[in-house]
Design a protein around this ligand. Structure first.
Ligand SMILES: [Zn+2]
Length: 381
């Protein structure tokens, strides 16, 4: 009896600590099953053959959405459809500073995905590497409320995270994501699992993914999904996780060179295991490379004419991986839907900030805040 109580006590202690952080174990595919769990693997979800698998393409843009970069987004993305006639998707990882929330509302209402990239976007790699749970809640958790508020978009339309400078903070990042109710992270590069590519997975069990920018998670962290950033190969075969970091590139005006580079990287996915193909870029890079800009339009025109390729919001990739269906079935589904929202356009001129001497001009879909919204005061109350 006494022994039993001691055993029970020890079990309880173990349980309490386990709730804190339990080291992840090797993945067991018999236990870890869709829709809630998936082992890190290059296997196609649902055991589908490559030819039956939709090739997803996720085009993403990072940082503030402003009057200077929105013309590029409009011209590249608006009125573009996939081959099955459904509107395309793209994902914006939004940084708060300088963002024009009227434009965020516009992009949301065009069916694009608004995701998180922090309030401060502080230019300090160590700040993000060492960030505590509390710091990440202020930077990311609060940003979710902030975007929903100022852009007047549904808070449950916000699912994704890209850590600034792709610098995660190990387990802490994913603990924060669970608390903040986020579905997926799109910050973790792989150079090892590019051919064939690593499919999205969860962190219930140990990840096989290479850790390019440590610290990477070590604990069992049920909840969030990882969409691996499958690196491209540049002209010399050097890996690059964002297109704008491809060092050996065709140069600013070489449309043909860029088109061939994009195509070569796309084919590594499309002709193999069809792991989602990421096109991760900043608008400024498209803007200073007219050859790339033209090549990108050509590439999008091409894939929008292929009946097994779909440009989607990153969140739609997770939906499919949770419930994989063959491409013919996927193509004939109803198109995605979203709740349209209004924007009462308000220009807030010359708002002072608490964290700096700067004066800001802020466009919102709500009343003007009292001060410039920032960490610890995400709604500027
Ligand atoms: Zn950024």
């Amino acid at each position: 009896m006494k022994l039993a109580s001691v055993a029970l006590f020890l079990t309880l202690v173990a349980f309490v600590y386990a709730r804190e952080l339990e080291l992840a174990e090797p993945c067991d595919e018999d236990i870890c099953k869709a829709p809630m769990c998936r082992c890190s693997s290059v296997d196609i979800p649902g055991g589908l053959a490559p030819r039956d698998t939709p090739q997803f393409v996720t085009l993403t843009f990072d940082d503030a959405i402003t009057v200077s970069n929105v013309p590029t987004y409009r011209s590249l993305l608006y009125n573009r459809r996939n081959r099955n006639n459904c509107p395309i998707g793209a994902t914006f990882f939004l940084a708060h500073e300088y963002t024009d929330y009227i434009l965020v509302n516009e992009l949301y209402n065009r069916g694009f995905e608004i995701a998180l990239h922090s309030i401060s976007h502080k230019a300090d790699q160590e700040y993000w590497r060492d960030a505590s749970y509390e710091t990440l809640m202020l930077e990311i958790g609060d940003q979710k409320r902030q975007v929903a508020h100022f852009a007047n978009i549904p808070i449950n339309s916000i699912h994704g995270l890209r850590s600034p400078f792709l610098q995660m903070s190990g387990n802490t990042t994913y603990q924060m994501m669970s608390s903040a109710g986020l579905t997926y992270d799109l910050s973790w590069p792989t150079i090892e699992y590019t051919d064939p590519g690593l499919w999205p997975y969860t962190l219930h069990y140990q990840s096989i993914q290479d850790c390019i920018i440590p610290p990477c998670p070590t604990a069992s962290l049920p909840g969030p999904w990882i969409i691996p950033m499958i690196s491209w190969s540049d002209l010399q075969g050097v890996p690059c996780s964002m297109v704008d970091t491809c060092y050996y590139n065709p140069g600013p005006d070489n449309e043909e060179g860029w088109f061939n580079l994009i195509l070569k990287n796309f084919e590594r996915h499309y002709l193999k295991n069809r792991a989602p193909f990421g096109f991760y870029i900043h608008e400024w890079y498209v803007n200073i490379n007219p050859g790339l800009h033209r090549a990108l339009i050509r590439f999008l025109d091409m894939i929008n004419n292929l009946n097994d390729v779909f440009m989607v919001n990153a969140n739609e990739v997770i939906d499919w991986v949770k419930n994989p269906i063959p491409v013919d079935q996927y193509a004939s589904r109803q198109c995605k839907s979203w709740t349209p929202t209004q924007c009462t356009q308000t220009a807030c001129n010359a708002i002072t900030a608490n964290h700096t001497e700067k004066i800001y001009y802020l466009n919102v879909c709500t009343n003007c805040p009292n001060e410039y919204p920032w960490l610890n005061n995400p709604l500027g109350e």
